[in-house]
Write a protein that binds this ligand. Structure first.
Ligand SMILES: Nc1ncnc2c1ncn2[C@@H]1O[C@H](COP(=O)(O)OP(=O)(O)OP(=O)(O)O)[C@@H](O)[C@H]1O
Ligand SMILES: [Mg+2]
Length: 251
């Protein structure tokens, strides 16, 4: 197993709560890993710390030989990490296509070099990005919604849009926080198909998920966490039958 992303003794406290308590794990490039655990286990906190949205209290995250702990969310995104949020976090009063365009990495317009000198390049890239964004929206089945406000989409479509934003970032590591929660059965199939396409494109996916059928069928490996710690990991079947997992879900 290549140790492409290695997390060691990661800790995060909120007052007296150890949301991450010496949490350690690793991910290999191209893997699709399910991160499971009961409510409050620390799954979202792990994503928040990994993405730099929350500072760690201790520990290390090495990604492609870079240390992510202490880096800003912006830099971590530039290293190739993208995520979706449990509560979506789209820009709701902005058209769907602009949400996707805002997610592109390495945009010329972001730099501080005087725009007057670079305007041609910026304009050309904007038009290229527009085309690329349309292609991504087509891929996720939202092409005809491109000019609608994100707010006007159904909940399932909004989840697809967050996935489109991840695709636009062209990140190698995608952290997906409950991409299927609250989504209709038809939409679940569509989202799962997109996840398989991302895997086939060589992306590494870490997916927080509660749906047992999805956990059993879609993941190469499953990590089970509880109270901020990794309890066990392995093939989906192994984890499902682990007595500690069974007990945690029954308690
Ligand atoms: N910003 C915060 N301030 C204070 N406590 C927090 C904060 N974020 C998370 N917590 C606490 O940290 C613990 C882990 O929360 P987290 O959201 O990471 O769990 P989770 O595994 O994602 O749960 P769920 O399955 O319900 O989404 C919980 O006890 C939660 O109440
Ligand atoms: Mg969560």
């Amino acid at each position: 197993m290549n140790q492409w992303l290695t997390v060691e003794n990661l800790s995060k406290r909120f007052g007296g709560i150890h949301a991450l308590d010496s949490f350690s794990c690793h991910f290999g490039q191209g893997e699709v890993v399910g991160l499971i655990g009961p409510n409050g286990a620390g799954k979202t906190t792990f994503f928040n710390v990994l993405g730099g949205m929350l500072p760690a209290d201790g520990g290390s995250i090495r990604f492609c030989s870079k240390q992510l702990v202490g880096q800003s969310p912006h830099r971590i995104a530039h290293f190739g990490v993208a995520r979706t949020f449990q509560n979506l976090r789209l820009i709701r009063q902005v058209p769907v296509i602009e949400n996707v365009m805002l997610a592109f990495r390495h945009q010329s317009g972001e730099h501080l070099v005087p725009l007057a000198i670079r305007w041609k390049k910026v304009r050309a890239q904007e038009s290229e990005n527009h085309e690329k964004a349309l292609a991504i929206l087509k891929k996720v089945g939202l092409l005809e919604k491109a000019d609608d406000l994100a707010d006007a989409l159904s909940y399932g479509q909004q989840k697809l849009l967050t996935l489109a934003c991840c695709i636009a970032s062209d990140a190698d590591l995608l952290l997906l926080d409950e991409p299927l929660a609250g989504v209709s059965p038809v939409m679940i199939d569509i989202v799962l198909e997109k996840l398989r396409e991302l895997k086939n494109a060589g992306k590494t996916l870490v997916v927080i998920e509660h749906n047992l059928e999805v956990i059993m069928n879609e993941f190469d490996r499953v990590i089970f966490m509880d109270s901020g710690r990794k309890v066990c990991e392995g093939l989906p079947d192994e984890v499902r039958n682990d007595p500690r997992v069974i007990e945690a879900y029954l308690k």
